[in-house]
Structure formats: C-alpha cells, structure tokens
Design a protein around this ligand. Sequence first.
Ligand code: FPP
Length: 271
Amino acid sequence: MQKLLAELAPAGPDYELARAIDPTRLPAHIAIIMDGNGRWAKNRHLPRVSGHRAGVQAVRTTVETSAQLGIEALTLYAFSMENWKRPRAEVETLWRLLRHYLGAELPTMMKHGIRFSAIGRVDALPAMVRGELDEVIRRTEHNDGLRLNLAINYGGRAEIVDAVKALLEDVRAGQAEIDEAAISARLYTAGMPDPDLLIRTSGEMRVSNFLLWQIAYAELYVTHTLWPDFTRAELLEAILDYQRRDRRFGGLGSPVPSGDAWMEPAGVRVR
Ligand code: FPP
C-alpha cells in the first residue's frame, strides 16, 4: 500500500482513492475476467486484434498496481479453452501478444518481486508460448511478492476434472481422503487463498467457467467498462466497493456469540 502511495502524486486523481482503501482489509486474491477487447475495437472501427493490443496496457497497470498495493494473488483470465473457436489469426495474435508481454514485463516482475504462474492446460499451447512461459515461471519462482496467475487454455470444469483425477490416484494409493481441502489442494491454485473479489469488465453477468470451485464466496464486481479502458482508478474503486460489502459466508454477518450458533459442526468456525 505504501508503495502505491509513494508512486502516486498527492494531487493526482488516484491518490485520494488509494488513501481511502483500508490496507488491513485488502482482498487477498483478486480474479479478473478481462472482457470487451473486441467491442472496444469495434467501437473505433478497428480490427479486433487492436482491442487485444490495447488490453495489454490495462494488464500492465492492473498487475503493477496490485503488486504495489500488497495484494497476495491476482488471477487474470487471458484465454479460455473455448477461445480456440476464434479465427486462427486472432488466436495467433493473442499468442504473439502474450509472448511479447512476458518478455517485456520480466524486469517489472523482478522489480516488484512478482511470482508468475500459468494456470490451465498449458501443455496444449504452441511451443513458442510454452517456452516463454516456462522461462518467466523459472526466473520468478523465488520472488515472494504478488502471485500472478495467467489463466491460459483454462476451463473451470476441466480444472476440477484434473483435480479429481489426481485425488482419485492418491485415494487409491491410500494417501488421501475425499473432502473439500483435498480437492482445493489439487487445483491449479493450490496453496493460494480463494479469490475474495471477482471483477468482470464489459457488463456481462456471467462467470464463464472461470475458477468455478474457488469463487464459491467471492464478491462480484461487474463494470460496463471495456477491458482496454480499465484503469488504476477503477481497480481502486472495485477494492473500495469490496471493502463496503458485508461478507457473511452463509452466516449473519456480525460474529455469533459462542453457544448461540446451533448445530455448529465440529471443526467448522461460524463467522
Ligand atoms: C476478451 O475480450 C479478452 C480476451 C479473450 C483475451 C484477453 C487478452 C488480453 C487482455 C491481451 C493479451 C493478454 C496478456 C496477458 C498479455 P473479447 O475479445 O472477448 O471481447 P468482446 O467480448 O468484446 O468480443
């Protein structure tokens, strides 16, 4: 948080927004469905790929601001398993942009101590993208700042299928039991907190097969802003909006006096 305030000019437009954020109640994990690149381009009579190109700047700003705020994890939905249905030229442009982004942003990742991961069925990606991904994963693996996950060739149901297959193997070997923690520990996001805040741009009210298991209790923030227009100010607004929410996790919001919560199962803390 201090890092962000130090970066912003006190008279600048984002400074007051950043100062209004309670640093003790930041979302530990923010997930974003970056949507609307195509519409952004269409509104300007440009080819769709121009929207993706413009979207890269919004990725940069979001990643850097999250690192400066002290967010623990940020997961960005870059390419879904369904996105292969798009024209080949568009898909290839996305790979080129991704490769260029990874190469160009490595110094920024090192500067902010960002640890990069790719989540999804990445083995199916073109070799040139996999090579660059592996390189950035390797170079950043000892960083201990923001965990940046890029969801690429990602599907939420496929992720659960992969986790269940891995769990069944361990169960058969007598090394695991089937419960929620055992599934969470075999997801691509194992070891990270579940997202507290899920942001979707472009106004669509869908979760689009994104982090289906992990967003069980996430707060949703949907904005009509198209992804290339998503600014630092809007990220800060989304966090402020999140901090105004009353998160109940199925309970009543305010803490339940002990003994008042009936049928509290053993080992389950009523919040
Ligand atoms: C959705 O917009 C966006 C995508 C499918 C890709 C996201 C890619 C980027 C932001 C750029 C490259 C990413 C990185 C990490 C360098 P859409 O095309 O579905 O928009 P539309 O719904 O308006 O058509």
